[in-house]
Every structure is written in C-alpha cells, then in structure tokens.
Design a protein around this ligand. Structure first.
Ligand SMILES: [Zn+2]
Length: 300
C-alpha cells in the first residue's frame, strides 16, 4: 500500500481528493431528495410532481450536507501537514548516514578457555549461596525505598529493568563474600549494567570507566541514583554467612581444591590451544593474534 501511494503524482492525488470531497457533499443530497419525495404521501401517484419536488429539494439538501465536507477538509489539511514533517525515525536514520564514525564494524573477540575462569569461580560460589525468597510485602517495601513503587527501572542507569542484581557482590578475590541471594542485597537492573558491573563494588563501578558503566555511558542524575542506592543499603542489615565455619573446614577445603584443580586443567587446556593456534597461524595467511580475554596467570 505505501509503495502504491508514493507512486501517485501530487496533482493526481489532488484530483482524487477533490472527487472524494464532492462525492461526500453531493451523494447524500442525491439520496436525500428522492427519499424525501417518496416519503411524502401527498405527492404519491403523480410522477411529474414528484420529480419537480425532488429537483426543488435537491439544492436545499446540498445546503444541509456541507458540514461533513468541512470536517473532511480540515482532517485532510491537518493530516497532510503532519505527514510533511520529518518523523523522528527518519531524522535518526539521516543522522546515522551523516555520522561517518558511527558503528561500522566490530571484530568478534576470541575467547580463551582461561577467559572463562571467573565464570567457573562464580559458579563455585553461586551454587552454595542460600536463596531467601522475599514476600510480596518485602518486595513492595524494597521498591518503595528505591522510589519505584509505580515503575521499576534499572537502579544504576534508569533503563528498563530486566533482572534483579546483587548490590553487594557475592564473590571477591575468588571467594564468597558471605552475602546471599535475598532482597536486601538485590536491586532491579538492566542486562547491560549487570554484565558490566560483575563482582565490582557498585559505587566504584558506577563512577568508574568500565565499559557500559553508568559514568562511561553518561547516564544523567548518576549522583541521585547513587544516593537512592545508599538509602537502600541502610534500609536493613543484609545477611552475611561464614561458610567455612558453617560447613566445616574439611568440606570447605574439598570444595576449593576442586576449584583449583579445575582452573589448573583449564590452564593446561589453554596451553594446548596455544600450540594449535601457532600451527594454524603459520598456515592461514593474514591471521592476527586474538586479543586476550581474562587474566589466567593471576587465577592460580
Ligand atoms: Zn542499567
């Protein structure tokens, strides 16, 4: 449909418009005049008289039916003017075409096996941290403290919230901090912020230069958002668990010895990857060294 409409020339469109307006005006009068005459009993039987009456009534009917024409005219003029204004989407697309340094290409990053070490550590902690499900009353209270009783948004940047993120990290220096999965330690967040924040302290990360941090994304009102988060921290004291004391030294040591063994295995696997990559690089022309993700040597 839009394609067909674009192909009609402007003058052609005007003719169609004028015909439509005239039809809107004249057609009801054409119907009204004979309808009136047929409905008038006095004239029934005399066709000539009926025709004369219809002709007399027609101009009067035309006079009555002009109102819808004016309304249609106003709607048409307003609608056409609105369409002539450039839409926001068109403006954005135009700006993208004009900005030569906007996104053009991004080389996907090669991920190393040892680059997954922090995910492994997170799993070793996440899997043992207890989960306390909040009641509806607690959720309401948390949202009230955050000033989000009506609309729930990301606490760090204000974008749409898609998850609840741990305000205080569960993992630090490859060990559990003691904080657990409970509402006192969770705030609504967007995926971007959750990914970027990782295990960092929320304030250092918010005002730091990490990729996609609120500061590096120039999020407005960042101070006000931090003040709300401070209020949330003060709302109630979070649970802190001493895992080693709770499960006993022996079981605790077994858990972390599994962790060490796994990271060691990953490092060994990465060394094999390295040898394979060197051989491939000597065969594949123009291959470049992939950027290193993760800090494998500091992990063991
Ligand atoms: Zn966010």
């Amino acid at each position: 449909m839009p394609r067909a409409r674009r192909n009609v020339r402007p003058w052609g469109r005007l003719v169609v418009w004028a015909v439509a307006l005239v039809t809107l005006w004249v057609l009801p009068a054409v119907i009204t005049a004979p309808a009136y005459v047929l409905g008038c009993r006095l004239l029934q039987g005399d066709l000539r008289e009926m025709a004369d009456a219809a002709v007399q009534i027609f101009p009067q009917a035309l006079g009555i039916e002009w109102m819808p024409v004016v309304v249609a005219l106003v709607i048409g003029v307003v609608g056409t003017s609105a369409r002539m204004l450039p839409s926001r989407g068109t403006r954005d697309r135009t700006m993208m075409r004009m900005a030569p340094n906007s996104f053009r290409f991004a080389m996907p990053k090669a991920v190393r096996i040892t680059g997954r070490s922090s995910s492994i550590t997170n799993s070793f902690v996440n899997g043992i941290v207890p989960i306390i499900k909040p009641s509806d009353v607690e959720i309401d209270e948390a949202l009230e403290v955050l000033g989000m009783s009506d609309v729930v948004v990301c606490s760090y940047c204000g974008d749409d919230a898609t998850e609840w993120d741990h305000l205080r990290p569960l993992v630090q220096h490859q060990r559990p901090t003691g904080y657990i999965h409970e509402i006192h330690n969770l705030v609504p967040a967007c995926g971007k912020c959750n990914q970027s924040k990782g295990n960092k302290h929320w304030r250092e990360w918010m005002f730091g230069s990490a990729r996609l941090s609120p500061k590096s994304r120039n999020v407005p009102d960042i101070e006000a958002r931090a003040a709300v988060l401070e209020r949330y921290e003060r709302w109630t004291r979070p649970t802190k668990v001493n895992f080693a004391a709770l499960v006993g030294e022996e079981l605790w040591e077994e858990h972390w010895s599994n962790h060490r063994a796994l990271l060691k295995q990953m490092k060994a696997a990465e060394e094999v990857v390295e040898r394979i990559r060197e051989r491939i690089a000597s065969e594949v022309k123009d291959a470049v060294e992939p950027p290193l993700i993760g800090v494998p040597n500091q992990l063991i």
